[in-house]
Design a protein around this ligand. Structure first.
Ligand code: ADP
Length: 749
């Protein structure tokens, strides 16, 4: 080996021994003392050759612990590689001039045996020194060499103990690391022996299952499982050990662990078998438990969230159906109980009656315990009873607008229940607020879990949906009340109108009898031969008769109008020959036309040769009315022209005059009862009822009436009626009028 490499390796070995500068050790000191004794020398050293110094692990007869390496006796022994014996230093040229020989302490003799732990590299010497020249016996030198071997053994022991130290440090570190993993793991770790007894359990598992270590160590692991699973556990282990069947071992699966308090905890369990142990037993099983509560909790929360959403969705989309079926609030109350896991729930609306807020219950869980309380509940549900006490647990919510959350009702000052009332453990009352106004409230009680603030936040969408629904509910109620009011007003108006018509009808009837008598007597007086009237009396009687006639016309028309309004105008429709009716009407009115100096013309009766489906009396009334108006409101030498034309399934009849005409602004008043236009007709006799009647009659027969006019030039009144069909419709049939009306409306523009 190269010198350099040798020296490096030698120094590495020496340094690895970690012996330099260590305190004295009895084992070395006992050896040097023995050497001093056996060789009878004053100085004995265990010298180790460091890079620049020689350091003495053990020394006898020397005060210093180290000397420089260069020029040392030992250096020569190391070069020699075996026992170096210098019996008289002054006679050895290598040492004769050595300062420790020439000067104090005047060393005269040296014997050194090199020391090595691997047989190759020499780390130092076991050497003796004397102040006088010596001649050692062969036995003494043998002792020295034997004891040098002992020193080497001590050095090796030292190396081994160092190694052991290191190893034990390493294994302590490993153990600590294992402990840290075992106890610090975010999973439960349970080690059991082959019979299922718990050998080791980590902190996580203890905390998860609520035990102290000493409670479970040594007991069967099945106590940590719910009974239905524990029953099979030992059998599974046994099967696995006997035939390797693996119902549980080597698999991960979701199971339930049992908490000390009896609660079941969802966990993932992976079991593995460590087959051999140091005692040559059947090995242990290691179970690793991961807590799935949070995952379960999240899944549960998601499920709840979904439930809440579907409740809100249904509440909002189906609210009309739910309201009309009176099930909206019951539905919401039920949903509230389900969502919060509560035994009881209530939803109510705040009403402001008698000047203070009162709660009207919309939906309420049954809390009754006897007949009396049952009655109370149904009174509350029906709205027959309102809650008012502002100091009660409910009152603080619906009057005070506060959220009340209490998980220990027994100690709540406001909690007072009548004897027999089912016990209430916990309570949550939440106001339903909209823009600062408390619209209502909901309350829940007796949930398995304590109520928390977070629940109130979570329920916010529910609360605001309730607010929305209460507002909708109110609007619907208001609208229903308004509709009802309208219906009542309409019924009242109809009743008043009927009463008016009946009164008019009765009045007209009562008036006609005496009026007929007046007219009869007036005519008698006019025709009396025995007492002829003078000119003045004749004019007066004529006036009586004329006025009476006018009154009679008026009464008849009013009676007709009243009948129409009361729906009592009986029409007897039949196939009517229009030509016949026009001829009759013209005949009737020709004398009057003459009186007014008006010509009455028609385009020839052949044009009227159509059959209409109408009441003949009433149709005659229509014709006479329009024709007499055309005569009355005409000018002298004027004319009246009546025409007919067939259009689709209708006949269109027009009466044209050359009279005063009607101003556009008067048109809207034309068909109003008792409405007579002022323009130039003050002197013309009339009642203002004729046109109204005409229109009503025509419309009831399925027809229509219209007018066009040019003031000063004349007017044209026209009407349309459905054509009759004598072949297909028997005259006895009372129904076809409707069919006719429909046909006329369809075919007449
Ligand atoms: P009356 O003729 O008895 O007053 P009507 O109901 O028949 O009642 O007519 C109502 C009003 O319509 C008449 O007072 C008159 O002012 C106006 N009127 C009706 N027909 C004509 C017409 N052909 N030309 C001008 N004005 C008319």
């Amino acid at each position: 080996m190269h010198d350099m490499d040798y020296e490096q390796e030698r120094l590495r070995q020496l340094h690895d021994l970690q012996i330099l500068d260590t305190p004295a050790e009895a084992s070395f000191d006992r050896l040097t003392a023995l050497v001093a004794d056996l060789l009878e020398v004053p100085i004995v050293l265990v010298s180790l050759a460091d890079q620049d110094r020689q350091w003495f692990k053990s020394r006898v007869g020397l005060a210093v612990s180290q000397t420089p390496r260069r020029g040392s006796f030992c250096q020569y022994a190391l070069i020699e590689g075996r026992l170096l014996l210098v019996e008289d230093t002054q006679r050895d040229p290598r040492f004769a001039n050595h300062p420790l020989v020439n000067g104090a302490p005047h060393l005269r003799c040296y014997a050194g045996v090199p020391l090595s732990i691997d047989g190759t590299h020499l780390l130092g010497t076991l050497c003796v020194l004397d102040l006088k020249p010596r001649r050692f016996t062969a036995r003494q030198l043998e002792h020295l060499q034997t004891l040098a071997l002992q020193v080497e053994e001590l050095l090796r022991l030292h190396a081994r103990s160092l190694e052991l130290d290191r190893e034990s440090r390493r294994s302590r570190k490993r153990a600590a690391r294992y402990e840290a993993i075992f106890h610090g793991a975010a999973a439960g770790i349970v080690r059991i022996d082959s019979s299922g007894r718990i050998v080791e359990i980590n902190d996580f598992a203890l905390q998860l299952l609520g035990y102290h270590r000493e409670e479970v160590l040594g007991s069967n692991v099945s106590r940590l499982m719910p009974s239905h699973w524990a029953r099979f556990h030992d059998r599974y282990l046994k099967n696995h050990l006997e035939d390797g069947s693996d119902q549980i071992v080597g698999k991960g699966r979701r199971v339930e662990a049992l908490h000390r308090n009896g609660q079941r905890i969802p966990v993932h369990l992976a079991v593995s078998h460590a087959p051999y142990d140091e005692q040559g037993g059947r090995g242990d099983f290691i179970g690793i438990l991961s807590d799935l509560s949070e995952i379960h909790e999240t899944a549960h929360r998601l499920h709840k969230q979904q439930q809440l959403l579907s409740v809100l969705h249904r509440g909002l989309t189906d609210y009309r159906a739910l309201l009309s079926g009176n099930t909206l609030w019951t539905f919401l109350k039920h949903a509230l109980r389900e969502l919060t896991g509560s035994d009881y729930a209530l939803i109510g609306e705040v009403l402001h009656t008698e000047g203070s807020p009162a709660l009207k219950i919309h939906a309420l869980s049954d809390l009754s315990w006897n007949a009396e309380s049952q009655q109370l509940m149904s009174q509350l549900r029906s709205g027959g009873m309102l809650l008012r006490n502002p100091d009660s647990l409910l009152g603080q919510v619906f009057v005070g607008g506060q959220t009340i959350l209490c998980n220990d009702l027994a100690s709540h000052p406001q909690h007072r229940l009548p004897p027999g009332h089912p016990p209430l453990r916990n309570y949550l009352g939440v106001p339903i607020v909209d823009q600062g106004e408390v619209l209502g409230m909901f309350a829940i009680a007796n949930s398995a879990e304590p109520y928390r603030e977070a629940l109130v936040t979570w329920l916010e969408p529910f609360t605001s949906t309730c607010a929305l629904l209460i507002k909708l509910y109110r609007q619907l109620k208001e609208r229903a009340a308004f509709t009802e009011q309208l219906r009542q007003t309409r019924d009242e108006a109809e009743a008043a109108s009927r009463a008016k018509s009946e009164f008019l009808s009765a009045m007209s009837h009562e008036l006609r009898t005496p009026l007929n008598a007046i007219l009869g007597f007036a005519q008698l007086l006019q025709c009396s031969q025995r007492h002829p009237l003078d000119e003045r009396q004749r004019r007066q009687i004529e006036q009586i008769e004329k006025s009476g006639q006018h009154l009679l016309n008026l009464i008849n028309e009013v009676l007709d109008l009243a009948r129409i309004e009361a729906g009592k105008l009986n029409l007897n429709p039949e196939a009517v020959n229009l030509a016949e009716l026009v001829r009759e009407a013209c005949e009737t009115l020709t004398p009057i036309a003459h009186q007014h100096g008006v010509t009455l013309q028609h385009t020839g009766l052949e044009h009227f040769a159509v059959t209409l489906w109408a009441d003949p009396t009433r149709l005659r009334q229509v014709l006479i009315n329009l024709l007499s108006n055309a005569i009355k409101y005409n000018r002298p030498q004027g004319s009246v022209q009546i025409d007919a034309q067939q259009l689709g399934g209708c006949v269109h009849v027009s009466v044209r005059d050359t009279g005063i005409g009607i101003a556009a602004e008067d048109m809207p008043r034309l068909f109003q009862p008792f409405s007579r236009l002022e323009t130039g007709n003050a002197a013309i006799e009339g009642t203002g009822v004729g046109l109204v009647l005409t229109r009503q009659i025509l419309e009831q027969m399925g027809g229509r009436i219209g007018v066009t006019s040019r003031p000063g030039l004349g007017s044209e009144f026209w009407f349309k009626l459905p054509l009759g069909d004598t072949l297909r419709i028997p005259s006895s049939c009372t129904q076809p009028l409707c069919t006719r009306q429909a046909r006329c409306k369809e075919s007449c523009p």
